[in-house]
Unconditional design. Structure first.
Length: 256
């Protein structure tokens, strides 16, 4: 059995709750094209702000440089229209684009600035997403202690009965659990990693989020392979592969 290397890999967290995880690649491309056409047809500042925010969010995973540009335009429009809430939303997307581009100091600074706003508005979902992304930044900077601290803070914010049935919150929780599992897997704490992965998988299946489900299945396959449990590993790898074929997840298929 070859040696399994658990690379520094985490799932970044997006607002509007992780819209990107729920759209197939082809569907995302069509939606982006539609938004671009709509942007060309309007000169209304409010409408353009709405469209540039959506374009920033949709591109932050596949094209972070373009997402950054739309985020900057959204920020300019939000300031001109004096919309504090949308200005902070634009900053969230800019910070996430920075993170995807590997500019961690700029991303961290923006996210930390956003914490005060989220606390003031008593927005636990947004605050949890911010803490989660800060946790990811620390993880990618090899600081597992701070990473776990922020992931735990993010999860604690979601322990609210009012949020238990909200699909967006469930996906956010599943993402955080999977990221924590990645930390334990990299540290060869396999039992802890499996517990977090399985809890994440249960939540993903509850909301039928095939993209994130396939990711967790693949992580479980890698985890069991690292322990020499090849039958279990193959089972999870095959489940992940079948699901990725079903949803035509080309990026995921390459990784399977």
């Amino acid at each position: 059995m070859g040696k399994i290397s658990f690379l520094k890999k985490v799932t970044f967290i997006f607002l509007a709750c992780l819209f990107l995880f729920k759209v197939a690649v082809s569907g995302q491309s069509d939606a982006t094209d539609s938004l671009k056409k709509a942007l060309l047809r309007t000169d209304n500042p409010q409408e353009r702000l709405k469209l540039t925010l959506q374009l920033s969010e949709q591109n932050v995973n596949s094209n972070p440089q373009l997402a950054f540009q739309y985020g900057q335009e959204s920020l300019r429009l939000a300031k001109n229209t004096k919309s504090d809430s949308l200005e902070h939303r634009a900053n969230f997307y800019i910070a996430t684009a920075y993170m995807q581009l590997g500019n961690y100091p700029s991303a961290l600074q923006l996210f930390q600035n956003l914490i005060k706003y989220a606390e003031k508005k008593i927005n636990p979902t947004m605050l949890s997403a911010i803490y989660g992304n800060i946790g990811s930044i620390y993880y990618l900077q090899q600081n597992d202690k701070n990473s776990l601290q922020y992931y735990s803070k993010a999860l604690k914010l979601l322990n609210n009965p009012k949020l238990e049935t909200d699909e967006k919150t469930i996906l956010l929780r599943a993402t955080l659990l999977n990221n924590i599992g990645n930390i334990h897997a990299a540290a060869k704490e396999y039992e802890k990693a499996a517990a977090f992965y399985l809890e994440s998988l249960e939540l993903d299946r509850k909301i039928k989020n095939d993209i994130h489900t396939s990711q967790v299945l693949n992580d479980l396959g890698k985890l069991f392979r690292a322990q020499g449990k090849n039958d279990s590993a193959l089972k999870y790898y095959q489940e992940a592969l079948l699901l990725r074929k079903k949803i035509n997840n080309q990026v995921g298929l390459v990784r399977s």
